[in-house]
Design a protein around this ligand. Structure first.
Ligand code: NAP
Ligand code: ZN
Ligand code: ZN
Length: 403
């Protein structure tokens, strides 16, 4: 186990009983991005909300200290595993565009220091006394969620991502165990309740599995929900981390897949990844030829763009699902929806049961992400390249490089 325990300390003395040692920044800053909003809470009541007295361990990480500072070495606290917790030695962590939106506070509501990372794979290094699902040495994955209320209708349906009482995100959520806020996978270890830890197929290349924990499930979930499969004509917009998983998964589900890209240099890759055809979205003639022909389009673009151009490509009653989350609103020309009774919807990651289903599906079909493995010292450069749409097709951090 790589966690440095020299810094371990607890709250067992009466002086510290019921009190977290450090209070970072209070959660609850306003955000315009409602689905990702950290649960608003009263600043002063956090002490009463602490249900446990826990000891903590320190582990190396990389953090952004403000919206404008590059990520740099940092040290975070993790709780010592409780009875139902799994401690994971992180081996690889994918770099999602949501990490950039959050580290730079583009959606609002970022709590600093911010340690991003929600595409986590590693090995179980310790389990609590009541953990039945994992044992030391098992492969394990953690995605965007580490907890939810577990009692609302959504949670009971296995749709924890739509928890009606507020889920806990892997990073940038209130930490209900040790106070402060949660820290993500750009770090050497994480402690998560067993119900939010996934089993990783043993037959896949582990470093290329990491992006499945967000990019994989975020595309798999809407493809399944809208019943993409044989006989369906499906469009995927944007060949980045999410988009390339969308192409691979829709192809594996048996659909006819068209990739829409702004990058002419990605045409061949699009076909190699499973697209039957590739349309350069800036080419009006190519776009016009595709009008009224799609059953379903998944838009995975991270920046401002014209979604109305895609409404016009849908058949009558076809559906455009937005998973890309640009910080500013996307203008909608309602006539593109009214005519032909088209649908415009959104989708957020996926619940725990469906994430496991997706991992098993990928294990069965031998699907992983196309990745560029980087040391953590290159993460700021990776962010800049992603903003320029220059990634093939997901950066994954080799966590061993954290030292
Ligand atoms: P990414 O790897 O950076 O890929 C984004 C792709 O969008 C680019 O590769 C590019 O593809 C296209 N693009 C970028 N700028 C564009 C522009 N100005 N106009 C048109 N196309 C543009 O990002 P990602 O990690 O896949 O994430 C994509 C988005 O999904 C982000 O906003 C992220 O926050 C969001 N997200 C949402 C969820 C959810 O649950 N809904 C989960 C994870 C991520 P081409 O070069 O092919 O055009
Ligand atoms: Zn993500
Ligand atoms: Zn719930």
């Amino acid at each position: 186990m790589q966690v440095d325990r020299n810094f371990s300390y607890g709250f067992s003395s009466s002086r510290y009983a019921g009190r977290p040692k450090t209070v970072r920044k209070e959660a609850g800053a306003a955000t315009d991005f409602a689905p990702m909003r950290p649960r608003q809470h009263q600043i002063n009541c956090w002490m009463h909300q602490l249900k446990e007295i826990v000891s903590v361990i320190k582990t190396k990480a990389y953090a952004a200290q403000s919206p404008t500072t590059p990520l740099s070495p940092f040290s975070v606290e993790r709780r010592d595993p409780g009875p139902t917790d799994v401690q994971i030695e992180i081996l690889y962590c994918g770099v999602c565009h949501s990490d950039i939106h959050t580290a730079r506070d583009e959606w609002g509501g970022t709590m600093y220091p911010c340690v991003p990372g929600h595409e986590i794979v590693g090995r179980v290094s310790k389990v609590g006394s009541k953990v039945a699902k994992f044992k030391e040495g098992d492969l394990a994955g953690v995605g965007c969620l580490v907890d939810s209320c577990r009692i609302c209708e959504s949670c009971k349906a296995g749709l924890e991502q739509y928890c009606e009482n507020g889920f806990t995100l892997t990073y940038n959520s209130e930490d209900k165990h040790i106070g402060g806020h949660t820290f993500g996978g750009y770090s050497k270890a994480v402690v998560v309740d067993q119900d939010f830890v996934l089993h990783v197929p043993e037959n896949l290349d582990l470093k290329a599995v990491a992006p499945l924990l967000c990019a994989g499930i975020t595309t798999y979930s809407p493809l399944r929900h809208w019943k993409v499969g044989p006989g369906k004509k499906v469009g995927i917009v944007g060949l980045g981390g999410l988009g390339h998983m969308g192409v691979k998964l829709a192809h594996a589900m048996g659909a006819h897949v068209t990739l829409f890209t702004t990058s002419p240099g990605k045409v061949e890759d699009g076909k190699r990844l499973g697209a039957n055809e590739v349309i350069i979205s800036k080419d009006n003639a190519q776009m016009a030829k595709a009008a009224n022909s799609f059953d379903f389009i998944l838009d995975a673009v991270s920046a401002q763009h014209d979604i109305n151009a895609y409404f016009n490509l849908l058949k009558r009653e076809g559906t455009l699902v937005q998973v890309g989350a640009p910080p500013l609103p996307l203008p909608v020309n309602v006539f593109g929806l009214i005519f032909k009774r088209r649908n415009f919807a959104g989708s957020l990651i996926g619940g725990i049961p469906e994430t496991q289903e997706m991992l098993d599906f990928c294990g069965k079909h031998n699907i992983v992400s196309d990745i560029e493995l980087i040391p953590i010292s290159k993460v700021n450069e990776a962010y800049e390249r992603m903003i320029r749409s220059d990634v093939k097709y997901r950066f994954v951090i080799d966590i061993a490089s954290l030292g």
